[in-house]
Ligand binder design. Structure first.
Ligand code: SF4
Length: 60
């Protein structure tokens, strides 16, 4: 299965990934998105990665 990571040094905390995939991403108190689970039931991770405005999400 694909492994999802967020680059905390470039994430701007816009919340887009969390909106699209709340099972997977959560913008926490430090202002960046964290991956809380690798298991997605309902979203296309590649699509979310492509929609990140600063390209911080890697699927691979
Ligand atoms: S979409 Fe990208 S910039 Fe926005 S919170 Fe998610 S990882 Fe960070």
């Amino acid at each position: 299965m694909a492994k999802v990571t967020v680059d905390a040094s470039t994430c701007v905390g816009c919340g887009l990934c969390e909106q699209s995939c709340p099972d997977i991403f959560e913008v926490q108190g430090d202002g960046v998105a964290h991956v809380k689970s690798q298991v997605s039931t309902s979203c296309n991770l590649q699509e979310v990665a492509d929609s990140c405005p600063v390209n911080s999400i890697k699927v691979g």
